[in-house]
Design a protein around this ligand. Sequence first.
Ligand SMILES: [Zn+2]
Length: 478
Amino acid sequence: MAVKDDKVEELARRRGFLWQAYEIYGGTAGFYDYGPLGARLKRQLEAEWRLFYSLEGFFEIESPTIAPVSVFKASGHLSCFSDLAVVCNKCDSFFRVDEELTAGGKCPECGGELVAAGELNLMFQTRIGVPKGRDGTRRGEGYLRPETAQGMFVNFQRLLRFNRSKLPFGVIQLGKAYRNEISPRQSLIRLREFTMAEVEVFVDPEAKNSHPNFDNVRDRRIWINPAEGEECETSVEDAVRNGTIANEYLGYHIAKVKEFLERIGIPSDRLRFRQHRKDEMAHYARDCWDAEFMSRRYGWMEIVGIADRGDYDLSAHAMHSKVDMGVPTQTRSKIIPHVIEPSYGLDRIIYALLESAFTEEQVGKETRKVLRFVPELAPVKAAVFPLLNRTELKQKAEEVFQSLKRELVYVDYDDSGSIGRRYRRQDEIGTPYCVTIDYQTLEDDTVTIRNRDTMAQQRVRIADLPAVILADIRKLHV
Ligand SMILES: [Zn+2]
């Protein structure tokens, strides 16, 4: 199914989106650098995500990426967050057990025999402060967080008070998380350090089937692959009513995930929601769905997980910390809220964006490579060219460049090579507009503006330029 086609990754490397980390030392598997354009793309994606969930009325927090062992004893990560491993009896390489790699199988590195190596915990361990007391006892055991969610759970009581002790409410967090993968072979897909964007919605368990805004999403169509039954297209409402999706809150957030992914440029025909089978569900989940992107290179890949975590986390922290996590209600005694969690893997989404945006088309004898990003995410919003390498044109182009930069910030200037080559360079990084200064500009203060997708050109007054471009860039917000 997966095609060995690394054109997207080649372009991403060459044009400064993504680089193998520590390349000069041979690279370290599972770590990636975002180059100048990649970092800009990612920051804008993060901004879109923040905005999207802030409009839901959720608030953002930022917790540390290191936590003491007590947090992960309570959360279950210390005992449950592991992968089965096999080890080669010849070259000592470890591998995560999957369909192709099992005990008794052959080592892909050297052909030796693979033997069972038990469960390996996936958390990165560290020490907080001095690792040993004077009496030699070990202390300060800490771990790099494997998800941002725990930061929201351990702060639950403060967050509840912040929300004037009312349910439901949502909290978001965006940041790095870590998983010490045993053998990350699909470089971009299985990272050891990655960025997560997580939403925790705290809700009264008895209210899970009456989301206040369910009407807004009930008719939306989603492609689902349920744990039981056939893959099919359905409305959110039908999937909730017939019990395929456990409740309205989960259904609502599945619909919102789809809305966000489409908004940023993931085509809906390459998107499906797959339900976890009982035996693959995480230790905390009651019902769990993955938003999967159909990659030409990797096949279906998970880019967002949407889980009903029940009261697992708050109950576990209440038990281990002895802090009450109950919420008083008017009619019942205290309840432990349930948690609905959409959890986005932003690095995988960046990959999905690059692959979705990448197109090749024949223009005359040339192959035009284009990244068709939605304008809002494009790392460069506009490029300014003087038509010819002449002082009077360059001067005017420099003026336009400076004024456009004040409005759009991310603007390029390019005066080297033919105009056709300059267009191609911008197409390759997804710049939605190219602005050309020619001799007519010197007479009437108009320029040509060329659209990346249609290659159509129109003549626009310099004074109107920012408005014309901004009108398109802001489309996403209305
Ligand atoms: Zn081997």
